[in-house]
Design a protein around this ligand. Structure first.
Ligand SMILES: *Cc1c(COP(=O)(O)O)cnc(C)c1O
Length: 501
């Protein structure tokens, strides 16, 4: 399968291996499959009785057809092995009611959904380097709103031929998220705080990628940049598999009839997770609606309401920090797909966003998107109320991001009365965000003066659910990476990691 970048039609098409190694197009556009494979009812039927690894292989093989089959299969088996995912089903489905389920995507090493893709991406990256005869050291540059950083560090730590540099917003992540990054071991691992918010970190990284002076300087030193953010196709594609897997599980459990459509509810930020759901639909999964859930940073809700994507607004810090984002990079791929691969349109919209801070799609495209997408947002109080309600009524513990999903799903149901079977994607373990969860189920009087580890223990005691082992471990490790830089110093920060090695 060939990939093309979303912005200019004159860039040459590349193989999947090359798309993975490069991460982003030379024009700043995103690599996207030139055409899509198809899963039919028969394929889905076969997958029902299969384990996660088989399902993932079936979904991914056509997208990575330049990888030798056995190697791809082996990579998938390694990524989703029992030493990496604590649940043998990898992405288990839990039922809240006859028509509502939660897809738990956080059984990997850092307790957030990003592990599903970032346990596989490094294995794909190493192989892709070989397939493209890339002999330079691959330097993975990452901007993180909290969870990508730790998942990428965990995935790339000590992977031969790679170096990883993570930038996180110094004031924008939870203390546990920060510790997961600053305690990371590994000889090829570098972590920096950036003064500012996620968008400052993300636009800084994008600038480094497209800065010709800087990239040629790196090339001269035998290095080439790539990305572990969801702008990298190798990061996005593995996410398609769990949509398919969840569907198979719902059918196998008897809650859903074969061929019936489902809704997916996705707590969204950079729009990578929900876009994988859109690709699942496009390759043939019976999907009714994709429900895009935002926190108070509701730029996506406004986009689906008006057709205007406008980043000129303040960024709020919320209890769901991994969704505190104003520029949702993967919307670019959606518009590219929805316009029938109109490079010129996407190029000019992205130039508008860059130069003017907003863009507008036309009425016809907006209507087409709204046939599939429904979008909503909720405020901070609703997040806490939702965690409490679901705990009291279903004895099920939601993290704040997933609670945003549940709250928006409730709005959707109230607005549409749609009773289609619905799957809420649970993007993080509640133990990753103990303050908000404890406030919801025990009130905030309990937290004065308690350390993170004490909060986790309190949550364990109150709910009878176990603290994920890796989280407890992180809190007992020394911090190794303490540097904080200004956005203008990011290039220098990257250079400094090379001098040190
Ligand atoms: C990254 C993240 C999100 C947002 O996912 P996108 O792919 O950026 O839309 C939601 N919840 C959690 C816990 C995350 O880590």
């Amino acid at each position: 399968m060939q990939y093309e970048t979303s912005r200019s039609s004159t860039e040459r098409q590349v193989s999947s291996a090359e798309a993975v190694v490069r991460g982003i197009g030379p024009d700043g556009g995103l690599y996207t499959p030139v055409e899509l494979p198809h899963l039919d009812q028969h394929d889905l039927l076969e997958l029902e009785g299969q384990p996660y690894v088989r399902r993932a292989y079936t979904v991914l093989a056509p997208f990575f057809d330049d990888f030798p089959e056995q190697i791809l299969l082996k990579a998938i088996e390694t990524a989703y092995g029992r030493d990496r995912f604590s649940d043998p089903d990898v992405a288990p489905l839990r039922y809240l009611s006859e028509s509502e389920a939660v897809l738990e995507l956080w059984h990997g090493p850092t307790s957030a959904f990003k592990d599903v893709a970032l346990q596989l991406l490094p294995l794909l990256m190493s192989k892709a380097a070989e397939l493209t005869a890339e002999e330079r050291k691959i330097v993975i540059l990452v901007a993180t709103s909290g969870d990508t950083g730790s998942a990428a560090l965990e995935g790339f730590s000590d992977v031969p031929g790679t170096e990883i540099v993570v930038f996180y917003p110094s004031e924008g992540v939870s203390s546990i998220q920060r510790l997961q990054m600053t305690t990371q071991e590994g000889s090829n691992v570098n972590v920096f705080g950036v003064v500012g918010d996620f968008d400052d970190a993300q636009s800084g990284v994008k600038r480094l990628f497209t800065d010709l002076g800087f990239t040629s300087e790196m090339r001269a030193s035998g290095r080439v940049f790539s990305s572990a953010n969801s702008i990298n196709w190798g990061r996005l594609a593995p996410q398609i598999a769990y949509y398919v897997s969840a569907y198979c599980d719902a059918v196998a459990s008897g809650k859903l009839r074969r061929g019936d459509k489902v809704n997916f509810v996705v707590p969204s930020g950079n729009f990578g997770n929900i876009l994988a759901g859109y690709y699942a639909l496009r390759i043939g999964l019976p999907v009714n609606r994709l429900i895009c859930a935002s926190n108070a940073n509701n730029v996506l809700t406004d986009f689906f309401a008006t057709g205007v994507y406008d980043r000129r607004r303040p960024l709020y810090r919320t209890s769901s920090p991994s969704m505190d984002i104003l520029v949702s990079s993967n919307l670019e791929r959606l518009i590219f797909e929805a316009s029938g691969h109109d490079h010129d349109l996407v190029g000019s919209l992205m130039a508008d966003l860059h130069e003017r801070g907003f863009y507008r799609i036309d009425e016809a495209m907006l209507n087409r998107l709204r046939e599939v997408f429904w979008a909503g947002w909720c405020d901070e109080e609703t997040v806490v109320d939702t965690v409490r309600d679901v705990w009291e009524n279903h004895s099920y513990l939601l993290d704040p991001h997933t609670a945003v999903g549940k709250a928006v799903y409730d709005q959707y149901q109230a607005a549409t009365r749609d009773d289609t079977f619905s799957i809420i994607l649970s993007t993080a373990s509640p133990f990753k965000f103990p303050r908000t969860v404890l406030t919801a189920i025990a009130g905030d009087g309990n937290m004065e003066g308690r350390s993170d580890i004490e909060l986790l223990q309190l949550l364990e005691r109150l709910t009878g659910q176990p603290i994920p082992e890796q989280l407890a471990l992180v809190l007992s490790q020394p911090e190794r990476h303490l540097r904080v830089v200004e956005p203008s110093e990011m290039a220098e920060a990257v250079r400094s990691t090379f001098r040190a090695t």
